[in-house]
Design a protein around this ligand. Structure first.
Ligand SMILES: Cc1ncc(COP(=O)(O)O)c(C=O)c1O
Length: 1021
């Protein structure tokens, strides 16, 4: 211990009666110690720099005392009095200098700067804490609150304008000058607001965050009141906002969450909300100018420049629309987006029925046509709208007049401009903000009320508006609002110009045809807006489903102007919560749902899925849609066959033999006979019957943790089910052998004989079955165990096992449900990798691409043993439809070279995953082949990372990537996408996985709870 530390430890003992270990904390000017006292409590001991103004310390102490009384639940530290009751003591330090010292409670948690992820939920909570703190401080008074010339007082931030010449980059100087001018522009509004005591520095090092991995994090501390001053409370919020937005992936959403939280705790006026954005920018201007000045003073300190970088990145980010910010923040607070908004709503509502008809007919009886994600298949490929399709959108609703919904999520907006990130599964704008009126090209449009032309243009970009007009209206009270008409015949551009009057009912434009209107089926996109700030003439016609509170407020339902009731044109997607309730009401509890926040998926295309709001998800989990979701050839073959007939195997049909021949062409010659059933389960059931008929024995050997299906016998050979808590336990005729897992199992990868050693374990199982009198009917295994943890057995394992089983009289069954049909890239079937030839092969899931289909293939000899006089019949197994679909799937795998794609994409994934493994301690193993991959997660102590895996799976879902988890301890990420996945998607998976794993950090799980009942205090139950 240094003399200095010993001195202050002594001071703590003599003044506070605390025996403690002291360690230095960072502090710009003052001396701060972390105090770990022998009473088990931690404190922060603050020794102010010599000459520090006593009244500024006194200000902080009194403010903390005030908050503790006014709002004792807030996470601000309490001040601890010394033995004489003093909160601040005067003391001569070991060098003889006079210092002020005080002791504070130490709050738990890590600083916000280091906390990840910075979720909107967490930021909202921060807003609440800050709002409640400002509320608690409202009546606080102190002489030192008014700090003249204090550079961090935002109301006095004008000093920045005088120092702009220190910023050498002319563009940056100009940007700061603009911000300073905007700040001048709000001077009157700012000075009209009441001042109060504010924290004034809620930066990300002054906020503490607490929460276990996977739990919702909370704000556990707001510390350091050293910059307190008197200012309008909105300054406090803007300052917090200035830090929250920096390097946040969604800065506007982050700020919105902060303001919403603040408003919930401390109601803001619309005028205050409008000041947040200019104040926030001014605070960042103060920061960068201040550090520029510091850099001049300390030219050798690179940190000063580095610390400016995030602020510059934000200020120079042109993708943030500041013009929309007031409306965005007002909407977040549930405040009207413009001061006139409520009056305009009342006017429109009161005049419903009295506006001029837009078309020559009353729209009240016009039918609605839905183009929603749920109700329509427009466009077939949700990532590409060809002009031929655009020109026919909605053709199913006929050639007469029909209406398209407001608030309807649609997938027809496929141009890159609708996407908000680099990936196909990035945020996407989908929700229609207008009402469409579909009518023949040339139909004449009349103005619903008098107006002035605001804008008229021909936007002839691909799938844009073509001719578009914006009209400016005014209510009789003089409140403005605007209407937009898109997809017009561009001849309107020659007739109208901005400023032209348009009388109520005047015919001012007509509908364009597809060659004139951007390429669409003829219709008008009719949108209302209460303000054009931030949009000007470039209104978004569709919004992000996660920002509808903003868009509903700026662009409300325009039904009134069409003389229609709002409800008629307002689309409501299926309510996910209602469906969830229906699940609970109508189904058993063990019908499990994936994710803490389940997804409802209503459309798919290749390896992407879409929820009811059109949010895209990358499907990196589902192997059933082997050739991709909604494959056009599968659609076509199914529709074609259903139009003709669908019958069973009691009658001849060429589709049956065609399917059989296609499968057999992929298999070794010995496998000659096919049985068609409905599922993998049924195929495995049948495999057991065949094995027993052929061997006259009953016993089955199978690896532990396997899964073969959901019927009685299939469960009996699935340790993954019967050995689970609540399972039936192991049947007498089943013998388990250890899975050939050379990562966790008995024999590891560094053992060259591991394949033989794992295979030798079968000997004991055979002997046991023989001793019990069951004999050996066979061995069944998932060729590469999947639910067991995506395991690739060492080469040579299966041939060795098969030899032993055959020697014991049994048959060898390969369950290729997970591994077959090209998924492995290098091999069409898993047994090829092993160099083994099974007697029975079971196929399921992917072979029907979603259609229920299972296939068993065996030798002629085994089939003959089974042909014992009893008919084999499966009503739907081998139906005409099934056979055609099954054959089509196998043809597509060949025609689209999907096996090779699995090989190429699998190796790209595996390479990336191996790099990730090298970077992140929690990745214990990466394994797999082709698109059958597993990532085993471990805790820092090497134990199974079950909690980490759950966290990663759920966070990947937040990033819109579906992956699974598997393994006996559920700690293995399962990546198993449709075989269509592309390089861009693989890169997205790798990017997101890196992001998520970096949030995991050095997570250590809570101690395992072995308490049967809830046991308060153990921390785990
Ligand atoms: C390896 C394996 N075999 C059999 C089955 C059962 O197939 P189904 O669910 O089609 O009955 C599954 C299902 O997950 C499986 O993974």
């Amino acid at each position: 211990m240094t003399d200095m530390t010993a001195f202050w430890a002594n001071t703590l003992r003599s003044h506070w009666g605390l025996e403690a270990k002291l360690s230095r904390l960072d502090g710009e000017y003052d001396l701060n110690f972390l105090v770990q006292a022998t009473n088990g409590q931690d404190y922060v001991f603050k020794i102010m720099r010599a000459g520090c103004a006593r009244e500024l310390v006194d200000l902080q102490i009194e403010a903390l005392e005030h908050i503790a009384t006014e709002a004792p639940g807030l996470p601000l530290p309490k001040v601890l009095p010394d033995l004489k009751g003093a909160l601040l003591i005067d003391i001569q330090d070991e060098t003889g200098e006079q210092r002020l010292a005080w002791l504070l409670e130490r709050l738990p948690g890590q600083c916000y700067a280091k906390a990840t992820p910075k979720s909107e939920d967490l930021i909202l909570k921060l807003g609440r804490v800050l709002g409640a703190t400002d509320r608690a401080l409202e009546q606080f008074r102190h002489n030192s609150l008014h700090r003249d010339g204090f550079k961090w007082d935002l109301t006095q931030a004008g000093w920045v304008a005088d120092k702009l010449n220190t910023v050498s980059d002319p563009d940056r100087r100009a940007l700061l000058a603009t911000i300073a001018t905007e700040f001048d522009g709000i001077a009157d509004q700012l000075s009209a607001l009441p001042k109060q005591a504010v924290h004034n520095d809620a930066n990300d090092y002054n906020i503490l965050v607490e929460g276990e991995l996977g739990q919702r994090k909370t704000i556990s501390g707001l510390i350091d009141l050293g910059d307190m001053c008197a200012a309008p409370r909105i300054c406090d919020l803007a300052i917090a906002g200035a830090y929250i937005v920096l390097d946040h992936p969604k800065p506007e959403r982050a700020l919105t969450a902060l303001v919403r939280g603040y408003h919930a705790a401390n109601r803001l006026s619309p005028e205050e909300v409008d000041l947040i954005w200019p104040l926030l920018r001014m605070r960042l201007a103060v920061s960068v100018v201040n550090s520029t000045l510091m850099a001049i003073e300390n030219p050798n300190d690179p940190y000063v420049t580095i610390s400016q970088a995030p602020a510059w990145r934000f200020l120079e980010n042109t993708s943030i629309n500041g013009g929309l910010m007031p409306a965005r923040l007002r909407a977040a607070c549930g405040l009207p987006v413009t001061d006139a908004a409520e009056r305009v709503h009342t006017y429109l509502s009161d005049h419903r029925g009295h506006f001029a008809q837009m078309f020559d007919q009353d729209l009240s009886d016009a039918p609605m046509g839905s183009l929603s994600v749920e109700n329509s298949a427009w466009p077939q490929n949700p990532f590409h709208m060809p002009l031929e399709e655009a020109a026919k959108v909605g053709e199913e609703f006929g050639e007469g007049l029909w209406l398209g919904y407001y608030n309807e999520p649609r997938l027809i907006y496929t141009e890159p401009g609708f996407r908000k990130g680099p990936w196909k599964a990035s945020d996407r704008r989908t929700v229609h903000l207008a009402v469409d009126v579909f009518a023949p090209a040339g139909a004449v449009l009349h103005a619903p009320m008098s107006a002035r032309v605001e804008a008229v243009e021909n936007r002839d970009n691909h799938l844009d508006y073509g001719g578009v007009v914006i009209l400016h209206h005014e209510t009789p009270e003089g409140d403005p609002f605007y209407t937009l008409y898109g997809h017009l015949d561009p001849e309107v551009c020659g007739r109208l110009k901005p400023g032209d009057p348009v009388a109520q009912g005047a015919a001012f434009a007509r509908l364009g045809d597809a060659s004139q209107n951007g390429g669409w089926a003829p219709h008008v996109h009719f949108q209302l807006a209460l303000t054009t700030d931030g949009m000007e003439a470039d209104w978004p016609g569709v919004g992000d489903p996660d920002e509808m509170e903003l868009w509903h407020a700026i662009c409300p339902n325009p039904a009134a102007l069409l003389n229609l009731p709002d409800d008629k044109v307002f689309y409501r997607p299926t309510d996910k919560q209602a469906i969830l309730q229906g699940r609970h009401d109508h189904f058993g509890g063990n019908l499990s749902l994936t994710y803490d926040d389940p997804v409802m998926l209503v459309r798919g295309w290749k390896h992407h899925l879409f929820d009811e709001w059109g949010r895209p998800y990358l499907d990196a989990y589902n192997n059933v849609p082997h050739v991709g979701h909604a494959h056009p050839r599968i659609q076509a073959v199914a529709a074609d066959q259903l139009k003709r007939m669908n019958s069973n195997t009691r009658y001849l049909h060429p589709a049956q033999t065609a399917f059989a021949e296609k499968i057999l062409s992929k298999l070794p010659d010995q496998l000659k006979v096919c049985f068609f059933v409905n599922s993998g389960t049924e195929a495995n059931e049948l495999a057991l019957r065949l094995a027993r008929a052929h061997t006259k024995a009953k016993g089955i050997v199978t690896p532990d943790h396997g899964y073969h299906g959901n019927t009685n016998a299939a469960v009996a050979i699935s340790a993954y089910k019967f050995n689970k808590p609540g399972g039936n336990g192991q049947a007498d005729w089943v013998e388990l052998v250890e899975v050939a897992d050379d990562f966790r199992g008995s024999f590891k990868r560094d053992d060259p004989d591991r394949a033989a050693k794992f295979a030798d374990l079968v000997d004991r199982a055979i002997t046991t079955l023989q001793e019990k009198g069951h004999g050996v009917a066979g061995f069944i295994a998932e060729t590469f165990p999947s639910v067991g943890g995506q395991i690739i057995p060492p080469k040579g394992y299966l041939p060795a096992v098969y030899e032993k089983i055959r020697a014991a009289g049994g048959v060898c069954i390969a369950d290729e449900v997970q591994t077959g049909l090209g998924r492995l890239g290098e091999h069409y079937f898993g047994f090829e990798h092993q160099g083994a030839v099974p007697d029975i092969v079971v196929l399921g899931k992917p072979i029907g691409n979603g259609h229920p289909l299972g296939v068993l293939v065996t030798t002629r000899e085994i089939a003959e043993s089974f042909d014992n006089g009893i008919e084999f019949f499966s009503t739907f197994g081998g139906s005409t439809l099934s056979c055609r679909i099954g054959k089509e799937v196998l043809d597509i795998v060949d025609d689209e070279d999907l096996q090779d794609n699995a090989r190429r994409m699998g190796s790209r994934l595996l390479d990336g995953l191996r790099q990730i493994e090298a970077q992140f301690g929690c990745v214990g193993d990466v394994r797999g082949m082709g698109l059958f991959l597993g990532v085993e997660l471990v805790n820092p102590d090497g134990t199974d990372g079950t909690e980490i895996c759950k966290y990663v799976k759920n966070r990947m879902r937040d990033h819109r990537i579906l992956i699974g988890s598997e393994g006996p301890k559920d700690n293995i990420l399962k990546i198993r996408p449709p075989l269509t996945i592309g390089a861009e998607d693989v890169d997205m998976i790798l990017w997101a996985l890196r992001e998520v794993l970096s949030e995991v950090g050095e997570f250590t799980p809570a101690p395992v709870c072995d308490h049967d009942h809830h046991h308060a205090g153990c921390g785990c139950c």
